[in-house]
Ligand binder design. Structure first.
Ligand code: PLP
Length: 371
C-alpha cells in the first residue's frame, strides 16, 4: 500500500514503457530479422519524420546529444583560434564540445527570468575571433532566438541551438532546432524525447552542412574505405530509432501533459515567495524540468529530502567557475545573474505521467518549509 509519506520518484518512466512496449518489441523483432542494425530503414524514416516535425529540411541521427553539437561545430569548421559564445548555466556538454574542437568557450551572462543566454551580455563578448553563438533552451524554455539571430547576422556568426532539453518548445510557432544554422537534440532517457539508451539528432536546412555532417558521423569517409577528414563513429542505431519513431507520435501529447503539470505547480506556488518559472512571451516551454527560485534554498532542500521529496540542483556552479575552465580566468561576480541562479534555483520533477497528488505534496512541502 502506498502512504502519504512514501518517497516520490524524480522520474518514473515505467508507465510510459508499458505504453510503448508491444509496438517497440514488434519493431525490434522485425529489425532482428532484417539483418540491418545501423543506419537502416528505421533510422532513415526517423530522420525524415523528425525533420518534418521540427520544421527543417534535414536531420541526421548521431550517437548522442553531445556529438550532435560536436559534429555541428566541426561541420562549421570551428576550431583552434576561434571563440564560441555560450551560456555558463547549462550542462557541461555545451561548453565541453567547444573545447573538444580546440576552440575557446566564451561565457556570457543569463537572463534572470528564464535562465537563458542574455543577448545584451552576448554583444559585449564579441571579438574578431568570435565564430558562433550557442544558445541553450535550458529546462525547455526557448532562448531569445530573434535577438540572438539578429546579433549573429550583424556580426556574421553561426548559431547552433543546444536543444537537448527542449524538444517541443517553440518561438512564435517555429520549433526549436529550426531557428539557427543547426540544432542539436539529445535522446538521453531523461530528456523530453528520450530513448532507452543514448541517441542524438542534428537538424539543419543547409544541404552542404548536411553532407559534411554525414561524412563526419562515419569516420570522415568520402567513399567506402576512402577518408579525407578525421571524423567520428557517431550513429543512431535501429533499435533506438524504432522506439523514437513510436515516441515521436506521442510527443505533442506528452508536452501538453508536461505543461499541465507545470501549470499546476505554478498555481500552487502563487502567493508564496517561490518564483515559478516564467513562460516565454512568444512561444512554448517544453518543461523538461520545472525550475523554481527561492530564498534559503539549501535549508528548504534539506526539509524536502527529509520528507521524501526529490529535487535536482541544476546547476550548482556556473561553467565559467568550474575547475576545468580555471585557465580562462573568470571570477565570482563576473557573471552575477548566473552566480545568483546557482544559489537560488532548484529543479522539480516533471514528466507526462506525473501524478497531480505528487505535484501537490511537493509544492505543499516547499511552501510549509518556507514558513
Ligand atoms: C543532455 C544535454 C546534452 C548532452 O546530451 P547527451 O545525449 O547526454 O550527450 C547537451 N546539452 C544539454 C543542455 C543537455 O541537457
Amino acid at each position: 500500500m502506498s502512504g502519504v509519506n512514501d518517497p516520490i520518484p524524480f522520474l518514473d518512466l515505467s508507465g510510459e514503457y508499458h505504453a510503448v512496449e508491444a509496438e517497440w518489441f514488434a519493431a525490434i523483432h522485425e529489425t532482428g530479422q532484417s539483418g540491418r542494425y545501423i543506419l537502416g530503414p528505421n533510422e532513415q524514416a526517423f530522420e525524415e519524420e523528425l525533420a518534418a516535425h521540427v520544421g527543417t529540411k534535414f536531420s541526421l541521427g548521431v550517437a548522442n546529444g553531445t556529438d550532435a553539437l560536436l559534429l555541428s561545430l566541426r561541420a562549421l569548421d570551428i576550431g583552434p583560434g576561434d571563440e564560441v559564445i555560450t551560456t555558463p548555466y547549462t550542462f557541461y556538454a555545451t561548453a565541453e564540445v567547444i573545447s573538444l574542437v580546440g576552440a575557446t568557450p566564451v561565457f556570457a551572462d543569463i537572463l534572470e527570468d528564464c535562465f537563458t543566454l542574455d543577448p545584451a551580455s552576448v554583444k559585449t563578448k564579441i571579438t574578431d575571433k568570435t565564430r558562433a553563438i550557442m544558445p541553450v533552451h535550458i529546462f525547455g524554455h526557448p532562448a531569445r532566438m530573434d535577438e540572438l539571430n539578429a546579433i549573429a547576422r550583424e556580426h556574421d556568426l553561426a548559431v547552433i541551438e543546444d536543444a537537448a532539453q527542449a524538444y517541443g518548445a517553440d518561438v512564435g510557432g517555429k520549433r526549436v532546432g529550426s531557428l539557427g544554422n543547426a540544432g542539436g537534440f539529445s535522446f538521453y532517457p531523461t530528456k523530453v524525447l528520450g530513448c532507452y539508451g543514448d541517441g542524438g539528432m542534428i537538424t539543419t536546412d543547409d544541404e552542404a552542412m548536411l553532407e559534411r555532417l554525414k561524412k563526419l558521423r562515419n569516420h570522415g569517409a568520402s567513399a567506402p574505405f576512402m577518408h579525407d577528414t578525421v571524423g567520428y563513429n557517431s550513429r543512431l542505431d535501429e533499435i533506438q530509432a524504432a522506439l523514437l519513431r513510436i515516441k515521436l507520435r506521442k510527443l505533442d501529447d506528452d508536452v501538453a501533459k508536461r505543461r499541465a503539470v507545470a501549470a499546476r505547480y505554478t498555481e500552487l506556488f502563487a502567493g508564496s515567495v517561490v518564483k515559478a518559472p516564467t513562460l516565454p512571451a512568444n512561444g512554448g516551454h517544453a518543461f523538461n524540468l520545472y525550475t523554481i527560485r527561492m530564498p534559503e534554498r539549501d535549508r528548504v532542500r534539506g526539509v524536502m529530502n527529509d520528507n521524501g521529496i526529490p529535487s535536482s540542483q541544476c546547476y550548482p556552479l556556473g561553467l565559467h567557475l568550474q575547475e576545468v575552465y580555471e585557465h580562462l580566468g573568470y571570477k565570482v561576480g563576473d557573471l552575477p545573474v548566473c552566480d545568483q541562479a546557482s544559489t537560488e534555483a532548484l529543479s522539480l520533477p516533471v514528466y507526462p505521467a506525473m501524478k497531480m497528488e505528487h505535484v501537490e505534496r511537493i509544492a505543499d512541502t516547499i511552501i510549509k518549509a518556507l514558513g
